[in-house]
Ligand binder design. Structure first.
Ligand code: IMP
Length: 436
């Protein structure tokens, strides 16, 4: 490693919306390359700068730093119209990324029939996942079925209709009389029009990143969604359709594991989830409601209210192991200010008087879990904006000590509010030098 910064991955540990965007934005200014490697516009990263809020869905969060080169890797699925809107929106606010953006020719395109199929399924009688309705699942599905369209295909406009036809026709048959998709030639024409301004940014991101790595340029890998939404290691079938865990980083960039030095896992000081599916530590009471209101827990992408619950250390330990996390980015501690007591799920009752921390593989078993909650005395002093460990209330310290021990991972960064300056690198952690 010829550069001083570690090549860093920032990954979600819970069910998404942990605040990865803030952490990425905080460190991104130090990195030469910022890479998205999976997911699509189901992601929503909110970054607050000087009171201005930026909601990024597909553009890497490094966009707000003029020195960052932005890379969209091959594991991403893209809605080009939304991508273009995002670029325009940034431009309107004085941020032009056109000289520092490269998108993988191998990344797949989300097409109108993917979105139609996603929404049709969600309205149907089969298992309702509560997707974002952005066509993510069908886009990955068509990729695996070898009926997908990649950014690189746009260079051959005459072949597009043939590439898309089978997937399009299969969706039309499935949707039957409810299908209101435009004819295929219209979809292709629209696609070419929408893609036109994007074409200059399409290229070989694998080569770019490999060269960058070999030259010793720093690389920041920005995860989307999170471990419990991972298609293999999450709460299947209530998951997204990509690998949001560490393995997805290598598949979605084409880089080897040696091109990564440190991993920050991001989680909130409590837990949230949007959409359907198991959530053992969920609070369906006034406390859950309070966390939702104080934490403004409404989706960046869909505006849906998020389900809220206590921090679940069994889930966090699983996520830290799965991703090899070196340090936690612990977000939104301030949201718990003023609660009379704060709960921490340490594991689940094993039915024989003991506690298990092994997570089930089957959805039905998740529903049977009985969380074991340890309660901590709350704190009355505000932690909002605290930037020094010594200024945290003692009760908050006791809670954090228990949380890190139960998660089997130390804290590397603590966030105490949405703004860039609200929070601090944990003394002695590897993020201290990155953030210095
Ligand atoms: P999809 O990714 O739109 O297919 O949605 C599948 C599941 O993942 C749903 O429960 C969504 O709510 C959830 N999901 C997808 N992206 C995000 C995200 O960025 N944050 C939180 N949940 C997400």
């Amino acid at each position: 490693m010829s550069h001083l910064l570690p090549n860093l991955a920032i990954l979600g540990l819970q069910w998404g919306d942990e605040g990865k965007g803030k952490l990425v934005d905080l460190v991104a200014g130090k990195f030469r390359n910022v890479v998205r490697f999976q997911g699509g516009n189901n992601a929503g990263h909110t970054v607050v700068v000087d009171g201005q809020s930026f909601a990024l869905h597909q553009v890497p969060s490094g966009a707000l730093h003029a020195g960052c080169f932005l890379v969209v890797g091959s594991g991403v699925v893209l809605n080009l119209e939304v991508f273009k809107q995002e670029l325009d929106h940034l431009k309107e606010r004085g941020i032009d990324v056109s000289s520092r953006l490269l998108m993988s020719e191998k990344a797949h395109i989300i097409l109108p029939h993917h979105i139609a199929l996603d929404r049709w399924r969600e309205g149907g009688t089969s298992v309702k996942i509560g997707t974002t309705g952005r066509g993510i699942g069908p886009a990955y599905e068509m990729k695996a079925a070898r009926m997908g369209l990649r950014l690189g295909d746009l260079k051959l406009p005459d072949c597009l209709a043939d590439r898309i036809r089978q997937g399009y026709e299969e969706v039309c048959i499935r949707l039957g009389s409810t299908c209101d998709l435009p004819p295929l030639d219209v979809i292709v024409k629209d696609l070419l029009r929408i893609a036109e301004p994007i074409l200059p940014f399409i290229g070989n991101t694998q080569e770019h990143l490999f060269d960058a790595w070999k030259k010793g340029e720093s690389i920041l890998y920005e995860g989307a969604q999170a471990t419990l939404l991972d298609i293999d290691h999450g709460t299947y079938p209530f998951v997204t359709s990509s690998n949001c865990t560490l393995g997805g980083l290598f598949a979605g960039t084409g880089l080897p594991p040696k091109a990564l030095d440190k991993i920050v896992g991001v989680g909130k000081a409590y837990t949230t989830r949007v959409g359907e599916g198991p959530f053992p530590s969920e609070l369906k009471d006034a406390t859950g409601q309070r966390i939702r209101e104080v934490g403004r827990e409404f989706g960046t992408t869909t505006g849906r209210p998020r389900r809220c619950g206590w921090f679940d250390a069994a889930i966090m330990a699983h996520a830290c192991r799965t991703n090899g996390v070196d340090g936690l980015g612990l977000m939104k501690l301030d949201v718990l200010d003023g609660l009379p007591e704060v709960g921490l799920v340490t594991g689940y009752a094993d039915g024989e008087g003991g506690v298990t921390r092994t997570l089930p593989s089957c959805a039905a078993d998740w529903d049977q879990l009985k969380p074991v909650v340890k309660y901590f005395k709350g704190w009355t002093d505000s932690t909002r904006g605290v930037t020094e460990l010594s200024r945290l209330p003692l009760e908050a310290r006791a809670y954090l000590d228990a949380l890190t021990e139960a998660s089997e991972t130390p804290i590397a960064y603590l966030s105490t509010g949405p703004e860039r300056h609200e929070g601090f690198a944990w003394p002695g952690s590897f993020l201290e030098s990155v953030l210095a």
